[in-house]
Design a protein around this ligand. Structure first.
Ligand code: ATP
Length: 248
């Protein structure tokens, strides 16, 4: 028997209030799980809050999130953050720990951890303490950790922020491969080059509101909303903000 469907993901009238601030306002969209979605918007637009809410880390104030017509959070979803927390143990053990927490027993756990670290090209660093790895290597371990869980939905919040171009390119290749193997991907990024190369669809947020959800080529050539046009012309504040670390 095949796995139960988790798509479409349907978001209706989603609002999130945090500390008296309306971070998301009446956001609605649907996602079929096949297109690669990149969420764009100026600083403070609500991109991270949207991903965290979809991943179940923040409770909506209003509205609904439905996975395949169910209000149950989808099983088999994972999230990678701008700076993922590495545990004080070797790189391979960080991946094995995530598998153990999800109930994967030995010897399957070790097999999948090794497969995942090979998948991101870091098998040679298996026994190196994860916390001494470079930022790019830690991000690849975070992706391996998420990938080892075989998620069907992967949320990526600024996965290439603070990385040099070579490390960012490696992360992009890994994410592209993970998507190619059948995992749905929704990503935020401050890297417009990455967004142009990766996205099939753009969700654009402005001050907590979704102002457009459109095919990426159309978005970059003829954005429909004035806010998106100003954003693409560089008129809206947009830089990498420092964000708190979060566990994968
Ligand atoms: N825990 C919180 N309490 C209060 N306000 C919050 C909280 N988390 C986020 N916010 C606010 O919600 C808004 C949206 O934040 P979010 O982190 O989603 O922005 P973003 O689009 O990811 O921005 P950036 O590009 O700067 O990372 C911001 O104004 C932020 O200050």
């Amino acid at each position: 028997m095949g796995k139960p469907a988790i798509f479409p993901l349907e978001v209706r009238g989603l609002s999130v209030r945090l500390g008296g601030h309306e971070a998301l306002r009446d956001v609605s969209f649907a996602f079929d799980g096949r297109k690669r979605v990149v969420v764009l918007g100026a600083n403070g637009a609500g991109k991270s809050v949207l991903l965290r809410t979809l991943h179940g880390l923040i409770a909506p104030t209003a509205g609904s999130i439905r996975w395949a017509n169910s209000s149950q959070r989808a099983a088999s979803q994972a999230m990678v953050f701008q700076r993922s927390v590495m545990l004080r143990r070797p790189a391979l053990a960080n991946i094995a720990y995530a598998l153990a927490v999800s109930g994967v027993a030995e010897p399957e756990r070790s097999r999948r951890a090794r497969e995942a670290i090979e998948h991101v090209g870091l098998a040679h660093l298996s026994q190196r303490q994860a916390r001494v790895l470079s930022g790019g290597e830690q991000q690849r371990i975070a992706l391996a950790r998420a990938w080892s869980l075989k998620p069907r939905m992967l949320f990526l919040d600024e996965p290439t922020a603070s990385l040099d171009p070579a490390a960012a390119g490696e992360v992009e290749r890994i994410v592209t491969r993970i998507h190619g193997e059948g995992t749905a991907v929704v990503m935020t990024t401050h890297n417009l080059g990455l967004a142009r190369r990766f996205a099939d669809e753009i969700v654009f947020l402005h001050e907590g509101r979704l102002t457009e959800h459109t095919a990426a080529d159309l978005f970059f050539t003829a954005p429909a909303s004035p806010e998106a046009a100003r954003f693409l012309q560089g008129e809206l504040p947009w830089s990498i903000a420092s964000q708190p670390s979060s566990p994968a």
